[in-house]
Design a protein around this ligand. Sequence first.
Ligand SMILES: [Fe+2]
Length: 387
Amino acid sequence: MMNCDDDALLKFDIPEIIYGRGALSGLGHCAERVGGEKIFLVTDPGIIAAGWVDQALKHLKQEGLHCVVYDNVVSNPRDFQIEQGAQHYAKTGCDVIVAVGGGSPIDTAKGIAVMATNYGSIKEYVGCNLVSHPIPPLVCVPTTAGTGADVSQFAVVLDSQKKMKQCILSRAIMADISIIDPIVLQTKPRELIAATGMDTLTHAIEAYVSSLSWPMTDPHAVHAIELVNEHLIMAVENKHLPALEGMAVACLEAGIAFSNAILGAVHALAHPLGGLYDLHHGLVNSVMLPVVVRQNLSHAEDKFARMARALGVETRGMHPSEAAAHVPERIEALINALGLPKRLSELGVSREDIPAMAQMAQEDLCMLTNPCIYATSDIEAMYHEVW
Ligand SMILES: [Fe+2]
């Protein structure tokens, strides 16, 4: 297990971040500043329908930039779609990639960027630090407060043959600039704000107890948990802009924390559910979070006790184990308040798939930094507990 007391080297990388109401208006200047003349804008049809792509194109064209829009993007982006996008990118002669969207368009944009300069198949880059050539300049405009893909060195790609979600983890795929405009979050449906908010909470919790966490990542993780506790319900209930801003910063800080400290067993167990059933990533994280946290509690007791305070529990006078035990309870209360599903059976998951999913979860990159090691039978038991 690696921590900052070991000899292991730790790192802290983040993109340039531009944050605030109306930040989207700076997109053209940012794209021009990283060398853009012809922009490959990756998005999805929902973002186009919401009007944000028209806004983005207006700001890009105001700087005299030419633009190509690529919107063949689905939730849980597939390997072949990324390769199709890369072929399109190569034909257009674009020089900068701009992603406008949630995790799926941003991950697709990262995959296209990898293929633009590294060739072969996208599957060859699944794993740690396998992207050797620098990608084209990449500017992200996140439209959800959840994935943190705009500030992370992760891209998740679905292997369409194996139906497995797999992680590409490399410093080389980090965006140059992230433009975070909370106003953009106002057009999201409530269910999506809730599910992506739970993804943010999962990022912060997993990063905080990761075996690669360190003093540069911990404050961001704890603050993200405090912000989710303060703002998520209000953001979902009335889309109040200050609450959406709180969630935008929570997503940003959780993204900074997990990009540098990596994740854990919740993500490892959620990825097979996304791969096999095409379920929303935030939703499956939310279902798996309480059961995994309960199993992890004794392996990072002091940190879970600190987390209880961040979640609003008055922990003075409590033993750390007592304080820590409040964390899964608080998470379950939040899930109840948001009205999110609590069982895999509600999401159409078949019990027969649990052994195969447990095997996939065991092999997932995110499992490596969980605060403890699980046998495959332990993972099966966790799936059964929430089925
Ligand atoms: Fe996530």
